[in-house]
Design a protein around this ligand. Sequence first.
Ligand SMILES: [Zn+2]
Length: 143
Amino acid sequence: MNCLHCGREFTPNPRVKNQKYCGAEVCRKARRNRMQRLKLAEDPDYRENQKRCQQNWQSKNPDYHSKYRAAHPEYVERNRLQQAGRNAKRSRSRESRLIAKMYSLNRGYYPRGGAVYRLIPQGAGLIAKMYSLTVRVVPVKDG
Ligand SMILES: [Zn+2]
């Protein structure tokens, strides 16, 4: 029998019916997480109850998350990068639409010294500290 999480072979406990995970802590955790996700997806009562418990806990520990973030700068940085990546993914398409529009408006007219544009990060409401950036876009002869 191989563990569904780590893939290592293990001897199932004869007292556990249909054991699919080995006894390693990470694998037991993975099993619990999976069961909880399934339950959350399938059981509206469970979902509602979990939500209520979380809200209850949060109202009793209002500064837990800000303290956690203060104590784990790497967690904050990782989240910041992931969010910036999601924002960039979203704004790339907006940006290309904007460029296409500018191009059709200008009909091939490019100011000799380039033009000044302001780059404004999209979804700025999601991140507290974001600044716009002013850049000069200078046309280059291609080919
Ligand atoms: Zn395992």
